[in-house]
Write a new protein. Structure first.
Lengths: 449, 306
């Protein structure tokens, strides 16, 4: 009996040692790469530029590309990887899908433990933060004069930079705008105040008249959501446009300017009158759900992905959305936008960094991949990728309303926390000027890190 | 004095058994050390540094106790600590007393009925937090929530209430959800503990003319005290560590009224990348939990004998 116990104990100890060796050692490339995506063992081909030695890359892919029919998430990404691996001997890419909800935790933990992937798709907010903290490879060499000329939008190019270095290679961009419920606005007569021609720009006065009519007709107004930071770009754009204010001036946060305070005060007034919903219980996602379910009459956090993801819900609830830019005092709205792109983590391997750049350029410079993001190309040379699609053509007009991109400013994450906390207090009846001043002071103090 | 062969054999046997025992423990010990002890030590050490995504742990970033000094001057942290204490002070007694009350009522019922009640109360424990939150979110919804609907139908409110967005109600909503998800396990434990109470003592007391209250207070309560201690300690720790409910329901709002230490720690670590500062919060929280648990052990773990 004792002998059996000892033998078992020794076996367990041996297993432990083996497990440790397995954890610590490098896994051979052959065991990591799926059989189908293994690249032939040859030197560079006609594509040129690939490293001579085999390089294995890991791509972390949150839901980015629209999948075919009923394909599960990651199917299109896997096809792309297989295609790339076949056409780029010497580089083997492995894709791992992640979700946006847990992405931040996963990436932060991986960065600190030195296990980050090589390539990541994300928006500039986080990417530039990683870049400024020295975790990413500079992509300056990818932003050639020719490329910049093709983009032709300085604000968009700036969104890919942190401290003067390019960290994000963009694939597409898409505006954030608002949406109204056609039936509710028509029934209440509020639709009379909406400009449905051209780029649909309209004014704050028109909006005020419209929401008064909606309230009189008994419809629930859209909510100024502020339970958290999700979708907060919508509320910032809404408030900023009301009296042509701005959240930041490129150097510091300025949402305590006269124009912004006027906008915040007006919003508070509308909430008190019941013309605007108190959204302290909802974030952007919750607010979208209310709109898609036909509970509220308008929504400030709208975009191509929100429209696509909620299409079935809206259809079943009889909701037909009308896309609009935010109302502004002068009828010249300035919109916030999402830039989609890729970054390369600095894992201390120059060959991997170069291979990663080859991979992301291959991904981004492909029109089908751009349309798969459901957004618009950043390269003018790609032209109109959605001919005959009236909604997409309207959104192209919205892309001309892009404003300065402040999401890459220092202290952006801290500012977002200040913003929603301030809105909660304002919707609760607090002193607007005092709260805006305190929030801006804290936001600017947070820029120092 | 020379050792006899029998004693030598006995020592050798003991040593062998000890070695074997340690070898059996080795895998678990390794993982415990690697995933519990080491991170704890690292947490304490890095809390003494200005450790952020930009600044790694190094001699230049050593700041001693500055994180702790800042912590106790940070109004948001103090508010979060107060909220956490409110959650503990309300939830722990409520969960303990309610589960004891329910268990007392059901432990003598027929097996089928008892199992039914245990299942009902245990259901939220085995249901995923996200699913639980989705259901509660729907019930608390300001527009179409069932709570507003029922209260309106009863004529108790004339205007919908934003339960999770109202500074007066938000923390009580969190407490209610915590309460429903925490009572399952204590009920199961109490039913088992009450079933093990020595019936001869109960019968003797009844023969002596003790009332039901006296029987409970003098006979049953002392015998279920070890279970009570376990429930109180575990519920206290779980409540201090409340995070997912806050993240999924309120993000600490409105106006910081549901912000807890764990949630504030998380936002500092994963949104603001202030790892050192977040770790100092973790250390303070661990110390508070350890002190409270020690007090609970001291007060409640007295031996029971008759």
């Amino acid at each position: 009996m004792k002998k059996i116990q000892k033998a078992l104990a020794l076996m367990l100890a041996l297993c432990m040692v083996l497990a440790l060796s397995a954890c610590g050692g490098d896994t051979p490339a052959e065991s990591k790469a799926p059989e189908a995506s293994k690249a032939p063992d040859t030197t560079p081909t006609e594509q040129g530029g690939e490293p001579a030695d085999d390089v294995e890359l890991l791509w972390w892919a949150p839901p980015t590309f629209i999948q075919d029919a009923d394909d599960p998430a990651g199917t299109y990404e896997q096809k792309l990887v297989e295609e790339f691996n076949a056409s780029h001997p010497g580089i083997t890419v492995r894709v791992e899908t992640i979700d946006f909800t847990t992405a931040s935790d996963k990436i932060t933990t991986a960065i600190e433990s030195g296990t980050a992937a090589d390539v990541l798709f994300d928006a500039p907010g986080r990417i530039i933060e990683y870049g400024k903290n020295g975790k990413l490879v500079s992509l300056d060499d990818m932003f050639t004069d020719e490329f910049k000329k093709d983009v032709g939008n300085d604000d968009l190019l700036t969104s890919c930079q942190g401290n003067g270095t390019y960290y994000m290679y963009p694939i597409s961009a898409s505006p954030f705008y608002m949406a109204i419920n056609e039936k509710m606005w028509t029934d209440s007569g509020a639709i009379e105040h909406v400009n449905l021609e051209g780029n649909r720009a309209w004014t704050t006065d028109d909006f005020e008249k419209a929401i008064e009519k909606l309230a009189a007709a008994g419809y629930n107004p859209g909510v100024l959501f502020c339970s958290g930071q999700g979708g907060d770009q919508g509320t910032r754009a809404f408030i900023a446009n009301l009296y042509d204010g701005s959240v930041a001036d490129g150097e510091k946060y300025t949402f305590n300017s006269d124009a912004m305070i006027q906008g915040l005060t007006k919003a508070q007034e509308w909430i008190n009158k019941g013309w605007l919903g108190n959204g302290v219980q909802y974030n952007g996602g919750g607010s979208i759900e209310l709109f898609a379910a036909g509970t509220t009459a308008f929504e400030f956090c709208w975009g191509t992905s929100a429209a696509g993801n909620n299409a079935a819900t809206m259809e079943s609830n009889g909701v037909t959305p009308i896309s609009l830019p935010f109302p502004s005092a002068d009828g010249k709205p300035v919109l916030e936008y999402l830039v989609n792109g890729f970054c390369v983590f600095d894992n201390g391997d120059a060959a991997k960094a170069e291979a990663s750049k080859t991979f992301i350029k291959w991904l981004c410079d492909n029109t089908e991949n751009v349309t798969r993001t459901g957004a618009f190309p950043v390269l003018q040379s790609m032209g109109n990728l959605y001919p005959g699609d009236a909604e997409k053509e309207l959104l192209v007009e919205f892309t001309k309303m892009y404003g300065p991109y402040y999401n890459t400013m220092d202290g952006f994450a801290n500012m977002r926390a200040q913003w929603f906390d301030m809105l909660q207090k304002i919707t609760g009846g607090g002193d607007v000027t005092e709260l805006a001043n305190a929030a801006v002071e804290a936001s600017n103090a947070g820029m120092a890190g | 004095m020379a050792k006899t062969p029998a004693r030598l054999n006995s020592h050798a046997l003991k040593r062998h058994e000890t070695v074997v025992a340690y070898l059996f423990m080795l895998p678990a010990l390794f993982f415990f050390a690697a995933f519990v002890i080491l991170p704890m030590v690292m947490g304490v050490v890095t809390s003494l540094f200005n450790y952020t995504m930009k600044n790694p742990v190094s001699a230049e970033t050593f700041i001693g106790l500055k994180n702790y000094i800042d912590l106790f001057q940070d109004k948001t942290f103090l508010r979060a600590m107060l909220n956490t204490l409110i959650l503990v002070v309300v939830t722990v007694p409520a969960v303990t007393l309610f589960s004891l009350w329910v268990s007392s009522a059901i432990y003598q019922m027929k097996e089928g009925v008892r199992s039914f009640f245990r299942c009902v109360f245990y259901l939220p424990v085995v249901t995923g937090t996200v699913a639980v939150v989705v259901v509660w979110k729907w019930m608390f919804d300001g527009y179409s929530g069932i709570l507003n609907y029922v209260l309106s139908a009863l004529g108790l409110i004339d205007k919908n209430i934003m339960w999770l967005g109202d500074t007066r109600f938000a923390i009580w909503c969190i407490i209610l959800i915590m309460f429903t998800t925490y009572v399952g396990q204590p009920i199961v434990l109490y039913v088992a503990a009450l079933g093990n109470v020595d019936q001869s003592l109960v019968e003797a007391a009844q023969v002596d003319g003790a009332t039901d209250l006296q029987v409970f207070w003098k006979i049953k309560w002392p015998q279920v005290m070890p279970t009570t201690l376990y429930i109180v300690v575990i519920t206290t720790i779980n409540t201090f560590q409340c995070f997912s409910l806050i993240q999924l329901l309120t993000s600490g709002g409105p106006e910081g009224t549901t912000n807890t230490v764990m949630y504030y720690l998380y936002t500092n670590a994963f949104s603001l990348y202030k790892y050192g500062y977040a770790n100092s919060m973790g250390v303070v929280l661990a110390i508070i939990i350890a002190i409270l648990s020690a007090i609970q052990f001291k007060v409640m773990s007295k031996d029971v004998s008759y």
